[in-house]
Ligand binder design. Structure first.
Ligand SMILES: *Cc1c(COP(=O)(O)O)cnc(C)c1O
Length: 412
C-alpha cells in the first residue's frame, strides 16, 4: 500500500477524495451492435408479440443449458410467474432467505402464500439447508433459494430435503447468478424453476426484463399463459388460425417482454461469457488486495462453484475499528466510491413486520451480517484504475479508523 494512504486525510474530514467522480456499484454496458439490433426491430413489423421473443427465449435457454426459457417483463414478474405456475395460494408456505431483494419473498405474497424465512450460512450468506429443514412443515410448497451475489446455493442439499416431498418445488432466484456454475452444471438447470432479471445492473440487460428457465413443459406453458392475461392462445397463433377466439382460463397479467427488449437481450447474451470472466478477474484483484487488510473479509466462495459476481460483498470487521458500518459507508461515499448494502433483511421491512409479525431476532446470522456488509463496485467496464481506486479508498478508510489498541500488522 502506498505510504501516503496511511496518513491521507479522509474526504469525510475535509481531505481530498481518492477519485474525483463517483464510481457506481454497478453499471450496464450497451455497444453499438446492441443499438443496431434494437433499431432493426424498430423498423420491423413486430414491436411486441413477434419472432424476437421466441428467438431470445431459445438463445437464453441455450446459454444456461436449460430445455426452455420463458421471457417476462422483469425479474419480479418472473418470480410471480414461477409462484403462479407451481400453484402457490393461501395457506401455502414458501421458504425464502432474508438476505435478498424483497421481490424474492413478495412473489409468494402476491399469490396469497406465506413467506417463511430460513437463515443463511455465515460464510457465504446463502440459504442454510439446515435452517430450511427446521422450517419445513406439512404446508411447505416451495423453497426459493437465492444465489446471493452470484454463486449457486447448495441445491444438492436442498434436493435431499425435498426427496420425500414431491409437493415441494425448488425455485432458484438466480437473478445474481447468470453465467455461474456448480462444477459443470450451469445455474438455470439446478432448480425446478430458475428466475433471472435483466435489469441494467445485472449481467445482461433488456432495460427491464426477466426470464424463468425450466425443464418442465407444463410449468413453462402455465407461465406463458400467465404473462399474457391467462389467455390460452397467443396472438401469433390466433393470426395463423384467422380466428377471433381466445379464452381467459386463469387470472393472468400483462407481463410480456417486447420484441424491442428481446432484440437487445439477444445481442447482449453474446457478451455474457466475456462479462462474467471480467467480473471474476475484478473479484480476484479485490481478494488479493484485501488479503493484507484483516478488517475486510470477502464472502466465502463455495467449493466447486464458479461465481458470476453480480455483487462483490465484504464483511467489515467493525469490532477492530473505531467506526460502525454506517460511518465506513459514509466515508467511502465521500471518497467517491459508490458502495452499497445488499441487503436489509427482508423481515425488517415494515410491511413484513405488520402483515406477518416478523422482526429482529428471526434470523440472527443474516441480522448480524447486515451490520457488517458492504457492496463494492463491480461491473465489467471498470478499468484497472477504477479497481485500484476502490482498493485505495477502502485501505485509506480502514487505516483511518483502525483502533489504537489494534497493533499495526506487517504487510508484504
Ligand atoms: C434484481 C433482483 C430481483 C428483481 O428483478 P427485477 O428485474 O428488478 O424485478 C429479484 N431478486 C433478486 C435477488 C434480484 O437481485
Amino acid at each position: 500500500m502506498p505510504e501516503d494512504l496511511k496518513t491521507a486525510q479522509l474526504a469525510l474530514h475535509g481531505g481530498a477524495p481518492v477519485r474525483a467522480t463517483l464510481l457506481p456499484y454497478g453499471r450496464h454496458e450497451i455497444d453499438e451492435d446492441d443499438v443496431a439490433a434494437v433499431a432493426r426491430v424498430l423498423r420491423s413489423d413486430w414491436l411486441t408479440g413477434g419472432p424476437a421473443v421466441g428467438e431470445f427465449e431459445a438463445a437464453f435457454a441455450r446459454a444456461v443449458g436449460a430445455p426452455d426459457a420463458v421471457a417476462v417483463s422483469n425479474g419480479t414478474a418472473a418470480l410471480h410467474a414461477a409462484m403462479f405456475a407451481i400453484g402457490i395460494g393461501p395457506g401455502d408456505e414458501v421458504i425464502v432467505p432474508p438476505m435478498t431483494f424483497a421481490a424474492s419473498a413478495n412473489a409468494a405474497v402476491y399469490q396469497g402464500g406465506t413467506p417463511v424465512f430460513a437463515d443463511v450460512g455465515a460464510d457465504t450468506l446463502l440459504i442454510d439447508p439446515a435452517r430450511v429443514a427446521e422450517k419445513m412443515t406439512a404446508r411447505t410448497r416451495a423453497i426459493v433459494a437465492v444465489d446471493y451475489t452470484g454463486q449457486p446455493c447448495d441445491y444438492d442439499a436442498l434436493r435431499r430435503l425435498t426427496a420425500t416431498r414431491p409437493d415441494v418445488t425448488i425455485v432458484a432466484d438466480a437473478c445474481h447468478a447468470l453465467g455461474a456454475r456448480d462444477r459443470d452444471r450451469r445455474v438455470g438447470t439446478l432448480a425446478d424453476l430458475s428466475v433471472f432479471s435483466l435489469h441494467p445492473v445485472k449481467h445482461v440487460t433488456t432495460g427491464e426484463g426477466g426470464v424463468v428457465t425450466t425443464a418442465d413443459p407444463a410449468l413453462a406453458g402455465r407461465m406463458r399463459m400467465f404473462r399474457n392475461h391467462g389467455i390460452t392462445v397467443d396472438q401469433t397463433q390466433r393470426g395463423a388460425r384467422a380466428s377471433w377466439l381466445y379464452e381467459i382460463v386463469e387470472l393472468g397479467h400483462n407481463y410480456r417482454l417486447t420484441d424491442i427488449q428481446c432484440a437487445l437481450g439477444l445481442s447482449q447474451l453474446g457478451k455474457l461469457a466475456a462479462r462474467v470472466a471480467r467480473r471474476q478477474a475484478i473479484a480476484q484483484e479485490y481478494t488479493r488486495a484485501f488479503a493484507s487488510l484483516p478488517e475486510v473479509r470477502p464472502l466465502a466462495v463455495r467449493a466447486d462453484a464458479s461465481h458470476a459476481y453480480h455483487l462483490f460483498v465484504v464483511r467489515v470487521d467493525t469490532a477492530r475499528l473505531s467506526a460502525d458500518r454506517a460511518t465506513i459507508f459514509a466515508a467511502l461515499r465521500r471518497e467517491n466510491i459508490g458502495v452499497n448494502v445488499h441487503y436489509i433483511p427482508v423481515h425488517y421491512h415494515p410491511f413484513y413486520r405488520r402483515r406477518f409479525g416478523f422482526g429482529p431476532g428471526l434470523c440472527p446470522v443474516a441480522e448480524a451480517a447486515y451490520e457488517q456488509i458492504l457492496t463494492l463496485p463491480m461491473f465489467p467496464a471498470m478499468t484497472a484504475r477504477d479497481v485500484q481506486d476502490v482498493v485505495d479508498a477502502v485501505t485509506k478508510v480502514v487505516e483511518a479508523f483502525r483502533r489504537d489498541d489494534e497493533a499495526p500488522r506487517r504487510r508484504s
